[in-house]
Write a protein that binds this ligand. Sequence first.
Ligand code: AHM
Ligand code: MG
Length: 336
Amino acid sequence: MLNRNILTLDEFTIQQLRLFPHATGELSRLLRDIGLAVKRINVEVNKAGLVDILGAYGSENIQGEQVMKLDVFANNQLTGVLRHGISCAGIGSEEMDDVVIFDDEVSNQSKYVVLFDPLDGSSNIDVNVSIGTIFSVYRRISPIGTPCVREDFIQPGTKQVAAGYVIYGSSTMLVYATRRGVNGFTLDPSIGEFCLSHPDMKCPQQGKIYSVNHGNFFRFEEGVRQYITACQEKDSRNGGPYTQRYIGSMVSDIHRNLIKGGIFLYPGTDSKPGGKLRLLYECNPFAFIIEVAGGRATNGKQRVLDIIPAELHQRAPFFAGSSEMMAELHGFLGVV
Ligand code: AHM
Ligand code: MG
């Protein structure tokens, strides 16, 4: 018997619509399209370990088709599904140099543009470690009825309408946030649907986990080093030492910290002051999700969501997580 208390992603977004009689349902359709694309990506991610049997990337498979790299496959799926849908005017992807403006009669009527990192942490694929997809939705500023423009994509993170991620882990989950809250859905493989499993997610105010690439320790600025050292000290505020956990796949690292409480750090280094993570594809969506869940996200100086982006692929140092841990970090960085 199907448990009728469990809502699917579609049912959930339709229920949300009922709360807003004037809503058009465009965002719900957009989320459904993203849900479809990531289910297809999930199938391929699950087969990744068979690559030697199915044919190496770049080679021809038994049907005479080119075997595509997974990140290229993921990028194509998201782009294709959003292009064919009716709720998206264009996309920007970490995988592509420039934005793609759909410019057809239907797409030009859509009010949203989507930015995504189709497969984040892809260096982990070969070793069967969890990877993810990250997305961010903005209302376009160009007039409806015309093709969208580059400026629609280069908006500050505060303008996000929704943001989310998918984690291809021991189970596959889609988590998305709107200003109303953060909700997590787990893919039930028996019916191929995302089912609401983590309603109204909140990031605990305090946590005991810190996640950082320790190998870069001596390249971080003084304040960050002092904070990391404090995390290791026995008398750290929350009954330290804290636990260090770092998968190297930000979707997994932040997902864990969001549920258990913790802090994620990807600081700038002496040679790369901007850090590694991309503002529009990685930092902003997670900053939005974490803030809606009650946590905080900064670049060590200011709120990530307030940064006015200058270009599509710019990077930003990124610190995010439980509000009290963030306050502790900011104490070391001299930020109020
Ligand atoms: P990618 O977009 O090339 O996959 O890189 C992003 C990933 C994040 O998921 C992760 O937090 C970070 O790179 C890890 O970087 P590092 O190996 O430098 O610690
Ligand atoms: Mg990435």
